[in-house]
Design a protein around this ligand. Structure first.
Ligand code: ATP
Ligand code: MG
Ligand code: MG
Ligand code: MG
Length: 469
């Protein structure tokens, strides 16, 4: 089944169950200062859960474009390393606003997966929140999932991929216990079932998360009940497509194969499974949709996240031997692949190409020299890239610190982050004393606090700030 058919089958199913189909909202949350990007389908409904907004319907479904490259949900560092993570992805979702709750949410999900999409029941595993006996019993006694394939999971203790069955959009706001559905891709793939020590592997892949929204978390961490219990679900389109197309990695689905083929042509790469091609194919989606949604490369906030993703993609092109611009040429195949589902992407094709080409040529001027400096530093480094060198790469060559860290990681090195931050502070002191313009918000740690809605700054944002190239 093609990705496009999966979208429509999902929506048709929930339409037949009385759900109103709503359009995807922007990647830039409309007026939510707690959130950098739309990271899930529920974002546009946050105020409905909280009770401050009323809709004319109590059931909804949609296909939401999401970005997880900053803030609470950040998968940028997993891209290229797992079979299942993207920065940009599409989330299929259905909601109940004070209407149905656990029983129907679980029954709908099971019927769609096993009755409509015909997934084999014995390959599906589920998790429930450790204290949620009600969900456990629905799965076990009503749906018939054997107890040995139902895993009780608690709260994440901070491990990067460790499962966590208490879902939160951000540090504050609507949240609640959840139940997740996993697909077992088979014993030839490394990884254990959810809740086991090697659950981080890619054998058991989470496809759908059903959240039972019951609480609002305040900034001091306390939970208060929502006006009415709600249901919020999210299923990764690309992960479901991988299952339905009998491939293991999201990057092998129809939508990605076309992008990867074009990336291979543009970079003269033979091996279609090359990790850099996957990163480039992932990043062109994130970058193009961010630009469609009004973000442009800049040195702060959302624009800086975009700049970081573009520069990561360009560095992967460089690794494949590209010495000129190529990345903006990926917009056309992306439009061919996704322009029908997202007409705004097709309409803005030329604009997106221009914005990317401008950034590409800008970074192209320093990438080569920066890589030369990195190689020289790495040759002398004993385990760690000194902070002063990371700062020089950043300040003179426009290497965002996470880009330097990513290159270092590939070579088994780390970066002295404290040293980098110290060098940054020293430079800011100098520029303050010298009365120069102070470049603000450049530190990755500060990105999450750069939460003002991004104003549309046009191309001025490309040239107006700081000393970073
Ligand atoms: P994982 O544990 O695999 O990182 P998650 O629990 O963080 O996933 P949720 O926040 O529950 O993900 O999001 C709902 C669904 O969206 C997931 O079940 C998955 O299918 C999909 N999804 C989440 N993150 C990504 C991503 N980075 N790329 C692609 N799909 C994703
Ligand atoms: Mg995750
Ligand atoms: Mg998970
Ligand atoms: Mg989940």
């Amino acid at each position: 089944m093609k990705t496009a058919d999966i979208r429509s089958t999902f929506l048709d199913y929930f339409r037949s169950k009385g759900h109103t189909i709503v359009p995807s909202s922007s990647l830039v949350p409309a007026s939510d200062p707690t959130l950098l990007f739309t990271n899930s389908g529920m974002v546009q409904f946050k105020n409905v859960f909280l009770g401050s907004e009323k809709l004319s319907y109590v059931r909804a479904a949609d296909v939401q474009r999401c970005l997880r490259a900053g803030g609470k949900h950040n998968d940028l560092d997993s891209v290229g390393y797992t079979a299942r993570h993207h920065t940009f992805f599409e989330m299929l979702g259905n909601w109940s606003f004070g209407d149905y709750f656990k029983r129907d949410a679980i029954a709908f999900a099971w019927e769609l997966l096993t009755g409509v999409f015909k997934l084999p029941k014995d390959k599906l595993w589920v998790t429930v929140y450790h204290t949620d006996d009600e969900a456990f019993d629905i799965w076990n006694k009503e749906v018939g999932v054997p107890a040995e394939r139902i895993v009780r999971i608690g709260d994440n203790k901070g491990a990067p991929y460790a499962s966590d069955n208490f879902w939160q959009m951000a540090d504050t706001g609507p949240c609640g216990p959840c139940t997740e559905i996993f697909f077992d891709h088979g014993e030839e793939i490394a990884g254990g079932p959810p809740g086991s020590p090697d659950e981080d592997g890619d054998r058991y892949i989470e496809i759908w998360n059903l959240v039972f929204m019951q609480f609002d978390r305040a900034p001091d961490g306390t939970l208060s009940p929502l006006p009415a219990p709600c249901v919020d679900t999210g299923m990764g389109l690309e992960r479901l497509a991988a299952v339905l197309q009998h491939v293991h990695s999201n990057y092998e689905i129809d939508l990605f194969q076309h992008l990867i083929k074009v990336a291979a042509e543009l970079t003269s790469t033979q091996d279609l499974a090359n990790k850099s091609l996957r990163v480039i194919a992932d990043h062109i989606r994130a970058c193009s949709f961010l630009i469609v949604d009004g973000v442009l490369p800049s040195n702060e906030g959302r624009g800086y996240v975009l700049r970081r993703i573009i520069r990561r993609a360009l560095r992967h092109g460089w690794m494949l031997g590209v010495r000129g611009d190529f990345f903006w040429k990926m917009v056309k195949p992306l439009v061919e692949e996704m322009g029908e589902a997202y007409p705004e992407l097709a309409q803005k094709q030329a604009f997106v190409e221009d914005a990317l080409r401008t950034e590409e040529r800008r970074f192209g001027e320093t990438l080569e020299n920066g890589m030369r400096l990195f190689d020289a530093v790495a040759a002398n480094a004993s385990g760690s890239i000194p902070g002063a060198d990371a700062f020089r790469l950043y300040d003179t060559y426009g290497f965002p610190i996470d880009l330097t860290a990513d290159i270092a990681r590939e070579r088994g090195l780390t970066v002295d982050m404290d040293g980098f931050e110290q060098a940054m502070e020293e430079q800011q002191d100098r520029s303050r004393k010298g009365g120069k313009f102070e470049a603000k918000g450049l530190m990755p740690a500060e990105l999450a606090s750069q939460l003002q809605p991004t104003a549309f700054l046009g191309y001025e944002a490309l040239t107006s700030q700081g000393s970073t190239v």
